[in-house]
Design a protein. Structure first.
Lengths: 318, 241
């Protein structure tokens, strides 16, 4: 019974992935590729953030640093004549190395940890600007290959699928329980045998590696990096926004959140320009007031209440 | 089983514990009482590794465990409940206990096995009816039982209970009292127990230790303590009959 369930689930997962992977080759629409590349990029960032922030409860506001260092490392590795796939992995590894450097920040808890991570992108940007003979400084840096949006699209799709699968397997394992335990109460978690620092470090490294890969994908897609765009606050805040809207600590939350974010920002920019940020602010306030666990969280609660009521009714009948 | 030697701990200028020495023997139920701020919880925090004492040594089964991390001490066989309950509040009752089983012991246990054992512990404390409830929705009495179930699930040899009866009504107090007796008789677990509910301490404890302003002022059977001059002055107010 369980095995059949696994087959069905894999099939359900495989169909949309296969259709998304083949769609650009059939549709040949540049806008389609642009839209979905952006969606996959944000989906990967939001899902990765969800592992550390949503499940393990460590709110990191420095996603842009891991993303940006991934993008730059990929570019520079390519410039240094490394093979393409090695350069892509280098993006992830560089981001993980940065993560290793900030482990001492885990001495801070809650909001203090969040504030501690907020300035990471700025610090990395300062380095990028300072070593301008390598990084191109404020002038930016170009991809030393011919830009291939379809390759970038496929790669970003793969990264986001990977991120969701990693989340799925992590949170359904014993470590998923431990992550939620230290999110709820770190002291109690340690008293019941969880090595919180080690666990948080593993989550941080996973998150950073995936963000670095997403950065590599971004560099491939754009073909050009400049420090003011790559280390912009958007990259740090958007994943948090998507997780809160969609529902932190759920697998579907970042998916729903990133779809809402990308669709709205694409459509609203046509209509109201920069004012679309105001709309996002409004949505955020509305969600926090009306559905503090996000859209997916609210639906889950509704459905579990429904099941409970339904059970109660059927008991009453018998 | 547990020996504390000359434990001293201060926070800035405030001395919370001043040279406290005590021993808990295997199979005993030892009560720890004293007025608020006398250092009871601080002593527990020192034993289970949350604080490192300024001076003194903690021995558990003859081994020096002073300054070990809480998650190591848990695996050595000391379980603990918290005075201010600390459930994993977004997780279900069953998941709370499973977490303790999976991480609180030194040997590897599969998820299926953990689920099975968690049900057993919930049954033991009488919470099996609530296994799928989210812990944040429970009332105080159930939360206290959940704390005990979680601590027992780590299979401790020594259980530290920090005011498990605070906030319970008389019926619940006697139920938890019976549960504590069963923990000792059925499971053979030694209990070290901080409590303000004197009725329960007098009934269940073999021996009582009294702290006042960070110092041990008395030790003896519940009867002796109830009539001890110093204890009456510091804590009880009048002889406890």
């Amino acid at each position: 019974m369980l095995r059949a369930e696994v087959y069905w689930k894999s099939l359900l997962l495989a169909i949309p992935i296969a259709s998304l992977a083949s769609a650009p080759f059939l549709l040949k629409s540049a806008y389609f590729v642009h839209f979905f590349s952006l969606l996959f990029l944000f989906l990967a960032l939001a899902s990765a953030w969800n592992i550390l922030g949503g499940y393990a409860g460590q709110v990191c506001l420095g996603t842009g640093a891991f993303f940006g260092i991934g993008a730059y490392s990929m570019m520079l590795s390519l410039k240094a004549n490394l093979p393409l796939y090695a350069s892509i992995i280098a993006g992830g590894i560089a981001a993980s190395c940065l993560a290793l450097l900030i482990i001492p920040l885990f001495r801070l808890r809650g909001i203090y940890f969040a504030i501690g991570t907020l300035f990471l992108p700025d610090i990395i940007r300062t380095f990028v600007l300072y070593f301008s003979d390598v990084t191109g400084g404020a002038m930016g840096i170009y991809l030393p290959l011919i830009r291939d949006p379809l390759f970038a699209y496929t790669f970003l799709l793969a990264v986001s699928v990977c991120t969701i699968l990693v989340t799925h397997f992590l949170v359904n394992s014993r470590y998923g329980l431990a992550m939620r335990a230290i999110r709820d109460d770190q002291d109690a978690g340690e008293m019941y045998g969880i090595n919180a620092t080690k666990l948080k470090t593993v989550c941080l490294l996973t998150y950073a590696f995936l963000c670095g890969l997403a950065g590599s994908g971004y560099a491939l897609y754009m073909g050009f990096l400049d420090p003011y765009t790559v280390f912009h606050l958007t990259w740090s805040i958007a994943p948090v926004f998507m997780c809160i809207i969609g529902g932190q600590g759920t697998i579907w939350g970042p998916i729903v959140g990133s779809i809402i974010y990308v669709v709205l920002s694409e459509q609203l920019t046509f209509i109201v320009g920069e004012l679309h940020l105001l709309v996002f602010g409004g949505i955020l306030i509305a969600v926090i007031l009306l559905a503090p666990y996000g859209i997916v969280g609210a639906l889950k609660r509704l459905s579990s209440n429904f099941v409970r009521e339904w059970k109660a009714c059927s008991y009453a009948k018998t | 089983m547990l020996v504390c030697k000359d434990i001293t701990k201060s926070f800035g200028g405030l001395v919370a514990l001043r040279g406290v020495s005590l021993e808990v023997k295997k199979g005993e139920i030892v009560g720890l009482i004293g007025p608020n701020g006398s250092g009871k919880t601080t002593l527990f925090n020192v034993i289970c590794g949350i604080y490192r004492p300024d001076k003194g040594v903690v021995y558990f089964k003859g081994e020096d465990i002073t300054g070990r991390k809480p998650y190591e001490i848990c695996k050595l066989g000391i379980g603990r409940t918290f005075q201010l309950v600390k459930p994993f509040k977004t997780m279900t009752v069953l998941e709370n206990v499973m977490t303790a089983i999976l991480f609180g012991r030194s040997k590897f246990i599969t998820m299926t096995e953990a689920r099975k054992q968690a049900l057993k512990w919930l049954d033991f404390v009488g919470l099996s009816g609530m296994k799928d409830k989210v812990a944040g929705e429970l009332g105080i009495a159930s939360l206290r039982l959940l704390e005990i179930a979680r601590a027992l699930a780590t299979e401790p040899e020594l259980l530290l209970l920090d005011e498990v009866m605070a906030g319970l009504n008389p019926v619940e107090v006697s139920r938890v009292g019976d549960l504590i007796e069963r923990v000792r008789s059925d499971l053979g677990i030694t209990i070290f127990w901080v409590e303000h509910v004197m009725r329960a301490i007098m009934k269940h404890a073999d021996r009582v230790i009294v702290l006042d302003r960070g110092e041990k002022i008395a030790e003896g059977t519940p009867k002796e303590i109830a009539y001890d001059e110093k204890v009456i002055k510091a804590y009880l107010g009048e002889p406890y009959a």
